[in-house]
Design a protein around this ligand. Structure first.
Ligand code: PLP
Length: 381
């Protein structure tokens, strides 16, 4: 039986709700029109609410990496040092960005799948009294691991000159994160992950002391110019107006569901996924697994890329493989954004089909689904 539906279970882009698709299909607005100005300012307010910050919130027209680049290129100067937590593909991206902008990265290497040890951050701070920032992921998507950014923020209360820069691209919209309370000076996120909008927009928030630190070194991502423009309901250059209208709708959905409920939903979806794969005799990659995406170690002798291929070609379900040295070794099931219990069950069923087809014998059909259903039932879903 050939599948007649395509299902997207990757950690970005993610599935887009019908309401958001409808918003996306509205006629394009002129980016200098009063109608757009109204939507734009409201979208920034909604972002402040969802990201729980009273700092500046800027919408950038780029993928998430653009906001990462904006952070690095506006807040640090050549010769500055910054502590960088590297526990996966996206930690590496911080490091690479630092090098491109002549910032000296003091790298804390973390085994992929583990969370950074706060004591290592503390040691790096003590050994390098001149550092200007700590760059970290809240969720390292490549390994499905959550870092203790709250703990790092706590630590940094004793270091008033060190900015905490957190990549929350697969954390905002999955967890209820009090950005200001945690001491996050700069948070970045993107439209295409838990914010349930197609790819193309990035968001960056800036605390007061981060704003004071801005010295742009990049023409397009000049945050000084953006702050000035965006506070008037404008952007420096043409933004993706349709995407802003779509993001506005998606953020309204998040606010309507309630941040706490959104976080609780993701917690249950993640727990069900974890219990499901464990019931197949498989292991999680992460010792501190995140609620947005689950990275699973492949059974002995089975290539993760094959699981991904079978899922897509035969069942119409797109899941993700591993990156870099984890390629072939893991596969990743996303459960962030517009996801409910039936999407999780679908992801597990497809995993079972693919594993069976590839010759893995360690389970009986339905094992993962039953374990996940138990979690849902226990949680009153
Ligand atoms: C997706 C993602 C990014 C940004 O990637 P883009 O492809 O540029 O949108 C950055 N960090 C993390 C943790 C991500 O998951």
């Amino acid at each position: 039986m050939k599948p007649i539906k395509k299902r997207l279970l990757t950690p970005g882009p993610t599935m887009v709700p019908e309401r958001v698709l409808e918003a996306l299909s509205r006629p394009t607005l002129y980016h200098r029109s009063p109608e757009f100005k109204e939507v734009f300012l409201e979208t920034r307010e909604l972002l402040s609410k969802v990201m729980r910050t009273e700092g500046e919130v800027l919408i950038l027209t780029s993928s998430g990496t653009g906001a990462m680049e904006a952070a690095v290129s506006n807040l640090f100067q050549p010769g500055d040092s910054a502590i960088v937590v590297v526990g996966g593909k996206f930690g590496q991206r911080w490091e690479e960005l630092c090098r491109v902008y002549s910032i000296n990265p003091i790298v804390i290497n973390v085994e992929w799948g583990r969370a950074v040890d706060i004591e290592d951050v503390e040691r790096a701070l003590k050994e390098n009294p001149d550092v200007k920032g700590v760059l970290v992921q809240i969720c390292e998507t490549s390994t499905g691991t959550i870092h203790d950014v709250r703990g790092i923020g706590e630590l940094l209360k004793n270091y008033p000159d060190v900015l905490l820069v957190a990549d929350g691209i697969t954390a905002y919209g999955v967890y209820d994160i009090p950005t200001d309370e945690w001491g996050i000076d700069v948070a970045v996120t993107g439209s295409q992950k838990a914010l349930m909008t197609p790819p193309g927009l990035a968001v960056i928030t800036l605390s007061k002391r981060a704003v004071e630190r801005i010295k742009p070194r990049n023409y397009y991502f000049d945050l000084k110019k953006e702050i000035k423009q965006q506070n008037k309901g404008q952007t420096a250059y043409t933004t993706a107006t349709n995407l802003v209208v779509a993001l506005n709708e998606a953020l309204k959905m998040i606010v309507e569901e309630g941040l706490e409920n959104v976080a609780k939903r993701h917690k249950v979806l993640a727990e069900a996924t974890r219990e499901g794969v464990k019931a197949l005799g498989l292991e999680l990659l992460s010792s501190n697994p995140a609620n947005g995406v689950t990275a699973v170690r492949c059974p002995e002798g089975i290539n993760g890329q094959e699981i991904v291929r079978v899922a897509r070609e035969k069942y119409g379900v797109t899941i993700a493989g591993g990156q870099e040295h984890l390629k072939g070794k893991i596969f990743r099931l996303s459960h962030m954004g517009y996801v409910d219990q039936f999407d999780v069950l679908t992801g597990l069923e497809v995993t079972e089909f693919a594993l069976k087809e590839l010759g893995y014998e360690g389970f009986k059909f339905g094992d993962s689904v039953r374990a996940a259903m138990e979690v849902f039932y226990k949680n009153g879903v």
